[in-house]
Design a protein around this ligand. Structure first.
Ligand code: MG
Length: 388
């Protein structure tokens, strides 16, 4: 197998860029990079990627410079994913490409923005960020003379489309038979690299939301002891560094998160390797038919569920977060109504003759947090999110 660089040991079930199912529009191979490396480069040079720096998930962009943005989140997902891929003999370049692109379709203001836009689009096909990420790379980026989108290869697009409701998968399948919608109809899995990126996404945001949650003051450090995995890790750190909780709480937090990340990653590698060893797939295509193979042990999965539950109630439903969430939703809903009513308020490229509301959604989804706030202020004269 060619490796497009230093020779590394790829597993037989790793995705192979030289056996890619290809791009929607045929292009000659690049002289120095394989298909997945080229996809990663296209993603990094896209304008949607640059905008990730001003988009947020839990904390709005203006609430502090120390919190994760979608850009730093995507880099953390790529780092975790690559490091696991290397151990498992999977294709690191593909993992990196999917990780860097996985959040390109996110609206401003995180999940609040996605919910608002989905509500506004209820009569017009809805709005879903995974599908929007695919729309970004398939059509919204305008960088090539002969086509819209980045013309990425199948394996990268398959990984970007993490979820897809059946009705939309049928539409995708009609447009692109046997394409990225098919697995949702056939109930098969995406590549192991895509499965890995999904898990790395979850590991990354659980860890950084704990970190940002405490550093923002919304979570008390002591509250972490409500989560069994964090409590045990805390006790281990305290045992190795007596007095750290009182003397150096920030270092305690960093050390808890570091150890938790390592434990999760080692568990993921061990369990996945165990599954692959017990039923080795013949190749990357066979692996897609075998159910999820990149996964945690049952014990770690339970720990993760408990951690997610804690974050949901203590952080994502924190009164302060809910307050900004409500203002963020209102900002996007009002913007949507204004543009839908008078599309001359938007740039010409988003004034679609067919499906004008989809144009409004595409325009709003591409905004950064601060652009949305400023645009709302400019058009309404009101300030729903002061300080942004
Ligand atoms: Mg993510």
């Amino acid at each position: 197998m060619q490796t497009g660089g230093a020779s590394r040991g790829f597993a037989p079930w790793a995705s192979n860029p030289y056996a890619s199912r290809g791009r929607l529009r045929a292009e000659p191979e690049a002289p120095t990079r394989n298909a997945f490396q080229r996809d990663r480069d296209r993603i990094i040079h896209s304008s949607a990627f640059r905008r990730l720096v001003y988009k947020t998930q839990v904390f709005l962009n203006h609430e502090g410079d120390l919190f994760r943005t979608r850009l730093t989140h995507s880099l953390e997902v790529a780092q975790l994913g690559r490091s696991v891929a290397r151990c498992l003999g999977l294709n690191e370049d593909l993992v990196e490409a999917i990780a860097l692109a996985h959040d390109l379709g996110h609206t401003p203001f995180g999940h609040a923005g996605q919910d608002a836009l989905n509500e506004c689009m209820a009569e017009h096909g809805g709005f879903e960020h995974n599908l929007q990420s695919l729309r970004v790379v398939d059509s919204l980026e305008k960088r090539y003379p002969l086509w819209d989108g980045l013309n990425l290869c199948f394996e990268t697009r398959e990984g970007i489309l993490k979820r897809c409701p059946r009705s939309l998968a049928q539409q995708l399948e009609a447009r692109e038979p046997g394409g990225v919608g098919q697995r949702f109809l056939a109930n098969s899995q995406p590549s192991l690299e895509a499965q890995l990126t999904n898990v790395a996404d979850e590991v990354a945001y659980n860890a950084h939301d704990v970190d940002d949650g405490v550093r923002s003051g919304l979570l008390e450090l002591d509250q972490l002891r409500e989560v069994p995995l964090l409590e045990r890790t805390w006790d281990e750190v305290e045992r190795d560094h007596p007095g750290i909780a009182h003397q150096q709480p920030r270092r305690l937090l960093a050390e808890i998160i570091r150890r938790m990340l390592s434990e999760q990653i080692y568990d993921l590698i061990a369990e996945t390797q165990r599954l692959l060893d017990s039923h080795p797939p013949a190749d990357a295509w066979a692996a897609r038919q075998m159910g999820p193979l990149v996964r945690f042990s049952d014990a770690m999965r339970q720990h993760n569920t408990a951690l997610k539950r804690f974050l949901f109630s203590a952080l994502y439903r924190h009164p302060k977060v809910m307050e900004t969430t409500a203002a963020a939703r209102q900002t996007l809903s009002e913007l949507f109504a204004l543009y839908a009513d008078d599309n001359s308020l938007m740039p010409a490229e988003f004034r679609y003759a067919r499906q004008p509301c989809r144009g409004v959604a595409d325009y709003i989804a591409g905004m950064t947090d601060r652009f949305a706030v400023r645009e709302h202020r400019r058009l309404t004269g009101r300030d729903l999110l002061p300080g942004a």
